[in-house]
Design a binder for this molecule. Structure first.
Ligand code: UD1
Length: 364
């Protein structure tokens, strides 16, 4: 039987990382989260210990890897806002590229076996036919995409030099929230369509701006491949199983392989809420491709990944349900997380709350 090891999850208090942590814990994995809480939330980490710190801190990461005997790292910690990356590129190359370089140095030193990397469809830039396969040209059009692509290259080069085997997952448009309503997307000043649409639907902002109605698409608005965060999280567990089985390093698109327009997304959120989302038509947003859809066969073939929530209505319902809970008085937040703990501290329905370590504290 395989000896149980620990998985280090960087950025595990963020939107996608926290959903992966939840599924790992539910699958019986031992997880430790490293997050600086710059955009993450400590309450989003359920069932795993949280170390508050910087992923680029080689000494800290080395100590964590050693003390917890980690053989796997899942790396989510990054900044992800495209316009912010254009305005402040060095911050992106620092937080995303340089920090990943340091993390990889610690992994190499600790002989970490497996690495799952959170990459992005932004590495493709604007493919002419709107569909990107893993073999499409890599032509990011913003510092965010370039910062991630450089990390992919480091991972590949290190792997070839005897470093960890890896799966790099290129996410398309991630949306929706934990179907059981325990965690969700809590990002402040959100820019992503589904999140912004939910905020507008619930009156948290006056309206949503539709960026461009004159694209060469069926209804004139931009088309994207929206993937439910729970399916995306599952792909990470499948990647873990693949690497443990000795699978070769690989890079895979994470999407459903078909797209929806902005108007279709707004219709879905409007239907989930029972009334149309207030919106206004605006000019195109600079740098937006008209269509971006994953060629998504390879991930199914390679990992055996089988999505369960390829359903825009479900994405809208789970996103809206979380948005309703967010910002409600303390009482409701408690209800979401109330854990009926057994005497031994284990609850099969929901993992126990995490312990939080401040920087410098003993980690065990
Ligand atoms: C982009 C990046 C993606 C990154 C994400 C988060 C590319 C190709 N993709 O996704 O890798 O993870 O940002 O920063 O760079 N829209 C509106 N109104 C809004 C918001 C969005 O009309 O208020 C439209 C956009 O014009 C677009 C679609 O909705 O057509 C999706 O936009 P968004 O959710 O921001 O994600 P992307 O820009 O596709």
């Amino acid at each position: 039987m395989r000896k149980q090891s620990t998985i280090l999850v960087t950025g595990g208090a963020g939107y996608i990382g926290s959903h992966v942590v939840l599924q790992l814990v539910e699958a019986g994995e031992r997880v430790i989260v490293l997050d600086d809480l710059s955009t993450g939330f400590r309450d989003a980490v359920i069932g795993a210990d949280l170390v508050v710190g910087d992923v680029g801190d080689i000494a800290l990461v080395s100590r964590l890897l050693r003390e917890h005997a980690c053989d796997t790292v899942m790396h989510f910690a990054a900044r992800t806002i495209v316009p912010e990356s254009v305005a402040d590129p060095l911050r992106y190359y620092g937080n995303n590229t340089c920090a990943t370089r340091n993390l990889l140095a610690a992994c190499a030193q600790a002989r970490v076996q497996s690495f799952v990397f959170s990459s992005t469809a932004a590495v493709y830039g604007t493919p002419p036919d709107g569909k990107a396969s893993e073999d499409s040209p890599l032509a990011p059009i913003n510092p965010y995409g370039r910062s991630k692509l450089m990390s992919e290259w480091m991972l590949r080069d290190l792997g070839q030099a005897g470093g960890p085997r890896y799966v790099a997952l290129r996410y398309f448009n991630v949306a929706g929230c934990d179907p059981a309503g325990r965690i969700g997307q809590s990002t402040k000043n959100a820019t992503l369509l589904v999140k912004v649409a939910c905020e507008a639907a619930l009156g948290k902002r006056p309206q949503l701006s539709i960026f461009g109605t004159d694209y060469d698409t069926p209804d004139g608005t931009g088309v994207r491949d929206y993937i439910h965060v729970a399916d995306l999280a599952r792909a990470h567990l499948d990647a873990l199983a693949y690497l443990r089985d000795g699978g070769d390093s690989t890079t895979l698109n994470c999407g459903y392989g078909h797209g929806y327009s902005v108007r279709e997304v707004l219709d879905a959120v409007g239907r989930a809420n029972g009334e149309p989302v207030p919106c206004v038509e605006r000019a195109r947003r600079p740098g937006d491709p008209s269509t971006l859809i994953a060629e998504a066969r390879r991930i199914r073939r390679t990992l055996g990944w089988q999505p369960r929530h390829d359903d825009l209505a479900f994405i809208a319902r789970t996103a809206l349900a979380w948005e309703r809970k967010l910002g409600q008085p303390f009482e409701s937040a408690e209800v979401i997380r109330s854990v009926p703990t057994r005497r031994d501290g284990f609850d099969p329905a929901m993992p126990p709350r995490n312990r939080v370590y401040a920087p410098g504290a003993s980690l065990r």
